[in-house]
Design a protein around this ligand. Structure first.
Ligand SMILES: [Zn+2]
Length: 190
Protein backbone atom coordinates (compact mmCIF):
# COMPACT_ATOMS: atom_id res chain seq x y z
CA UNK A 1 0.00 0.00 0.00
CA UNK A 2 1.19 3.48 -0.81
CA UNK A 3 1.98 5.85 2.05
CA UNK A 4 2.11 9.56 2.75
CA UNK A 5 5.57 10.62 3.94
CA UNK A 6 6.66 13.88 5.51
CA UNK A 7 10.40 14.49 5.63
CA UNK A 8 11.19 17.65 7.50
CA UNK A 9 14.41 19.40 8.39
CA UNK A 10 15.84 22.80 9.20
CA UNK A 11 17.27 25.08 6.53
CA UNK A 12 20.03 23.48 4.47
CA UNK A 13 19.33 19.93 5.65
CA UNK A 14 19.45 18.62 2.09
CA UNK A 15 15.73 18.36 1.33
CA UNK A 16 15.96 19.45 -2.30
CA UNK A 17 18.91 17.20 -3.09
CA UNK A 18 17.01 14.28 -1.48
CA UNK A 19 14.00 14.93 -3.74
CA UNK A 20 16.19 15.06 -6.82
CA UNK A 21 17.88 11.82 -5.71
CA UNK A 22 14.57 10.00 -5.13
CA UNK A 23 13.26 11.18 -8.53
CA UNK A 24 16.44 9.95 -10.19
CA UNK A 25 16.18 6.53 -8.51
CA UNK A 26 12.64 6.02 -9.83
CA UNK A 27 13.39 7.31 -13.31
CA UNK A 28 16.49 5.16 -13.63
CA UNK A 29 14.10 2.19 -13.46
CA UNK A 30 11.77 3.69 -16.07
CA UNK A 31 9.21 4.75 -13.45
CA UNK A 32 7.99 8.31 -14.01
CA UNK A 33 7.47 10.63 -11.04
CA UNK A 34 5.70 13.96 -10.64
CA UNK A 35 7.53 16.82 -8.94
CA UNK A 36 5.75 19.72 -7.31
CA UNK A 37 6.96 22.77 -5.47
CA UNK A 38 5.33 25.78 -3.90
CA UNK A 39 4.33 28.60 -6.22
CA UNK A 40 5.24 30.93 -3.34
CA UNK A 41 8.92 30.17 -3.50
CA UNK A 42 10.53 32.57 -5.94
CA UNK A 43 14.13 32.26 -4.75
CA UNK A 44 14.79 30.72 -8.14
CA UNK A 45 12.17 30.86 -10.88
CA UNK A 46 8.65 29.60 -10.12
CA UNK A 47 8.40 25.88 -10.77
CA UNK A 48 11.85 24.57 -10.12
CA UNK A 49 13.62 22.64 -7.40
CA UNK A 50 17.27 23.46 -6.99
CA UNK A 51 19.77 22.27 -4.45
CA UNK A 52 22.61 24.38 -3.13
CA UNK A 53 25.10 21.89 -4.47
CA UNK A 54 24.04 22.46 -8.03
CA UNK A 55 21.31 20.08 -9.22
CA UNK A 56 18.10 21.47 -10.58
CA UNK A 57 14.75 20.06 -11.79
CA UNK A 58 11.59 21.63 -13.11
CA UNK A 59 8.51 21.10 -10.97
CA UNK A 60 4.83 21.96 -11.14
CA UNK A 61 4.14 25.03 -8.98
CA UNK A 62 1.36 24.69 -6.41
CA UNK A 63 -0.80 27.76 -5.88
CA UNK A 64 -3.64 28.24 -3.39
CA UNK A 65 -6.23 27.18 -5.99
CA UNK A 66 -4.25 24.18 -7.32
CA UNK A 67 -6.07 20.84 -6.97
CA UNK A 68 -3.12 18.47 -6.66
CA UNK A 69 -5.36 15.39 -6.47
CA UNK A 70 -7.07 16.11 -9.80
CA UNK A 71 -3.78 16.93 -11.51
CA UNK A 72 -2.20 13.66 -10.38
CA UNK A 73 -5.25 11.48 -11.03
CA UNK A 74 -5.55 12.72 -14.61
CA UNK A 75 -1.83 12.71 -15.38
CA UNK A 76 -0.41 10.46 -18.11
CA UNK A 77 1.72 8.51 -17.72
CA UNK A 78 0.58 7.57 -14.24
CA UNK A 79 3.33 8.63 -11.82
CA UNK A 80 4.92 5.99 -9.60
CA UNK A 81 5.60 8.60 -6.92
CA UNK A 82 4.63 12.19 -6.17
CA UNK A 83 7.33 14.43 -4.65
CA UNK A 84 6.55 17.82 -3.12
CA UNK A 85 9.24 20.33 -2.20
CA UNK A 86 8.61 23.33 0.09
CA UNK A 87 5.69 21.41 1.58
CA UNK A 88 5.53 23.80 4.54
CA UNK A 89 3.73 26.27 2.29
CA UNK A 90 0.84 23.88 1.51
CA UNK A 91 -2.61 24.58 2.90
CA UNK A 92 -4.62 22.05 4.89
CA UNK A 93 -6.69 21.47 1.74
CA UNK A 94 -3.55 20.61 -0.23
CA UNK A 95 -2.42 18.13 2.44
CA UNK A 96 -5.82 16.41 2.34
CA UNK A 97 -5.47 16.21 -1.46
CA UNK A 98 -2.09 14.49 -0.99
CA UNK A 99 -3.69 12.00 1.42
CA UNK A 100 -6.38 11.32 -1.19
CA UNK A 101 -3.73 10.61 -3.85
CA UNK A 102 -2.28 7.96 -1.52
CA UNK A 103 -5.61 6.47 -0.45
CA UNK A 104 -7.57 6.58 -3.71
CA UNK A 105 -4.86 6.31 -6.38
CA UNK A 106 -2.45 4.16 -4.33
CA UNK A 107 0.46 6.39 -5.34
CA UNK A 108 3.12 7.16 -2.68
CA UNK A 109 3.50 10.85 -1.86
CA UNK A 110 6.57 12.37 -0.21
CA UNK A 111 6.41 15.91 1.13
CA UNK A 112 9.64 17.69 2.07
CA UNK A 113 9.79 20.90 4.03
CA UNK A 114 10.59 22.94 7.08
CA UNK A 115 8.67 22.10 10.24
CA UNK A 116 8.93 25.40 12.10
CA UNK A 117 9.17 28.98 10.93
CA UNK A 118 11.59 31.65 12.26
CA UNK A 119 9.14 32.46 15.09
CA UNK A 120 9.34 28.76 15.98
CA UNK A 121 5.70 28.14 15.10
CA UNK A 122 4.51 25.35 12.81
CA UNK A 123 3.83 26.14 9.17
CA UNK A 124 0.31 25.19 8.05
CA UNK A 125 1.53 22.58 5.55
CA UNK A 126 3.88 21.03 8.11
CA UNK A 127 1.24 20.95 10.82
CA UNK A 128 -1.18 18.98 8.66
CA UNK A 129 1.52 16.73 7.22
CA UNK A 130 2.58 15.88 10.78
CA UNK A 131 -1.06 15.08 11.54
CA UNK A 132 -1.90 13.13 8.37
CA UNK A 133 1.35 11.46 7.26
CA UNK A 134 1.82 7.70 7.63
CA UNK A 135 5.54 8.23 8.17
CA UNK A 136 7.40 11.25 9.50
CA UNK A 137 11.16 11.47 9.22
CA UNK A 138 13.61 14.11 10.40
CA UNK A 139 16.41 15.14 8.06
CA UNK A 140 19.35 16.20 10.16
CA UNK A 141 21.85 18.98 9.88
CA UNK A 142 24.23 20.77 12.23
CA UNK A 143 23.72 24.12 13.98
CA UNK A 144 25.30 27.05 12.15
CA UNK A 145 27.01 28.20 15.35
CA UNK A 146 27.88 25.03 17.28
CA UNK A 147 28.02 21.24 16.92
CA UNK A 148 24.52 20.39 18.09
CA UNK A 149 21.72 19.21 15.83
CA UNK A 150 19.82 22.07 14.19
CA UNK A 151 16.10 21.92 14.97
CA UNK A 152 15.09 25.55 14.41
CA UNK A 153 15.50 28.31 11.84
CA UNK A 154 16.96 31.64 12.89
CA UNK A 155 16.12 34.67 10.82
CA UNK A 156 18.75 37.40 10.58
CA UNK A 157 17.82 40.80 9.16
CA UNK A 158 19.98 42.90 6.86
CA UNK A 159 21.64 44.50 9.92
CA UNK A 160 22.77 41.11 11.19
CA UNK A 161 20.22 41.04 14.02
CA UNK A 162 18.02 38.04 14.88
CA UNK A 163 14.28 38.50 14.25
CA UNK A 164 11.53 36.61 16.10
CA UNK A 165 8.37 38.40 14.99
CA UNK A 166 6.72 39.39 11.71
CA UNK A 167 4.91 37.68 8.87
CA UNK A 168 5.58 33.97 8.55
CA UNK A 169 6.27 34.06 4.83
CA UNK A 170 8.70 36.66 3.53
CA UNK A 171 10.45 35.17 0.57
CA UNK A 172 12.94 37.10 -1.46
CA UNK A 173 13.72 39.80 1.10
CA UNK A 174 17.14 40.74 2.40
CA UNK A 175 16.94 38.57 5.48
CA UNK A 176 18.74 35.24 5.76
CA UNK A 177 17.85 32.05 7.56
CA UNK A 178 20.20 29.76 9.44
CA UNK A 179 19.72 26.24 10.80
CA UNK A 180 20.31 26.40 14.55
CA UNK A 181 19.95 24.36 17.74
CA UNK A 182 17.51 25.49 20.43
CA UNK A 183 20.24 27.08 22.53
CA UNK A 184 21.59 29.17 19.66
CA UNK A 185 18.03 30.02 18.58
CA UNK A 186 17.19 31.46 22.00
CA UNK A 187 20.63 33.04 22.57
CA UNK A 188 22.35 33.52 19.20
CA UNK A 189 26.09 34.08 19.63
CA UNK A 190 26.02 37.15 17.37
ZN1 LIG B 1 23.93 25.82 18.34
Amino acid sequence: MAQLFFKYGAMNSGKSIEIIKVAHNYEEQGKPVLLFTSGLDDRDEVGSISSRIGFKRTAIPIFAETDIFNMVRNYHPRPHCVLVDEAQFLTKTHVLQLAKIVDECNIPVMGFGLKNDFRNELFEGSKYLLLYADKVEEMKTICWFCERKATMNLRIDSNGKPVYTGDQIQIGGNESYYPVCRRCYLHPPI
